[in-house]
Design a protein around this ligand. Sequence first.
Ligand code: S3P
Length: 463
Amino acid sequence: MPLKRNSKRHRQGERVLDVIKVTPKGSLRGEIVPPPDKSISHRAVILGSLSEGESTIKNFLRAEDPIRTIKAFQQMGIEITEVKSQKSKVKSQNTDLIINGKGLTGLRTPQDIIDCGNSGTTMRLLCGVLAGQPFRAALTGDASLRIRPMQRVITPLTEMGARITSEAKSYPPLTIHGGSLRPIYYKSPVASAQVKSAILLAGLYCDGVTKIREPDKSRDHTERMLRAQGAEVEIKDLEVSIKGTLNQERFRGRAHLKPLDITIPGDFSSAAFFIVAGIIVPGSEISIKNVGINPTRTGLLDILKTMGAEIKIENEHEQSGEPAADLYVKYSQLKGIDIEGDLALRAIDEFPIICVAASVASGITKITGAGELRVKESDRIASMAKELRKMGVTVEELKDGIIIEGKDRLNSAIIQSHGDHRVAMSMAVAGLFAQGETIIEDTECVNTSFPGFIEMLKKLQRG
Ligand code: S3P
């Protein structure tokens, strides 16, 4: 078997580590349907819970991160039921949900601390929701989440009137003492959809218009979903505003967001591993069906096309308020390029896999303006630099990016995931281009976003 999924577990001291073993076996061929979009899955649970009535969410991502969001709302009294997805081809990756939303004021005090696991989106968006509640709630997470910066949401939410306390400077665990909020105009120092969404969610609980200005445009799934639910959201360039619904007359004094009836498209960030794999492994041709192509997310396509990749976008359509399409990728010889600023933001979660593409391109690739990568699930600049060097790649770390010199062949190696799902999957793709067997250790983290990753890769190896 060229690819082995976690079949063997490595013992490292007291810890038992899941491993992925990858050996190249020629071209990758076939058709895949990527797992549902993670960002949209989180938002569907949050906004479905806050709406009044029954929401139907089809093709929900059944992975650890969005399940954390489901559990959080169940802890706050929301009934969320899973209906097995008929179409599910890959076990456990997608499902359908029925959410019995109780409106903006229908949440109840959680009895226990809410555990957000590895999910920054769960924690930061929940901060926004909890800021508007008349009760106190505590949030925690795993070792990685407990060292991720939360000041970025604490500052604006405190300005709106919430009180957020932390025992460890501004790091989780956090306690949110919600209450009555006032609208603000917030100029965010970071372009972050999590920060923007936290403020928009809190803005629902204000009397008046809350406005956020970002230095660059981050993903806009929250704005799209809120609008579809009838909230008054305005977008002007880099500024987004929301009119609080609690006291609006047309809601007759009652909070009201329309329930959702949506089918979530495939996750572009999960498709990204196969887009790059299909391009860098000689002889490959892959069709990727029904993937979200929201322009705030698809910087990778522009980057790869500039590097010389052959990518076709077919069957473009709108799916539940989000653009989606089928993608067709083919093996192409890549060349190194410069990637900066706005483009880097539109490909922020694709940085690890872009580093892999750069490692096999001819010439040098330089990425700048991506300092946010230092505070993701791991310090992704440091993690990728360290692991790619093990495979013989020449890499220079920059404060806000990386310089990579491409190679004709990568060396196989024993790789660490740094507990970061996107590092683990990107390095598995790098293994397809190496000589011999590459072992990626500590790969349990893959389940946070893409439980069927290895099975999908195996299917393409079989052709
Ligand atoms: C996300 C926003 C981004 C992204 C993360 C998911 C979201 O984070 O990197 O994987 O769903 O809102 P930032 O808001 O920190 O940029």
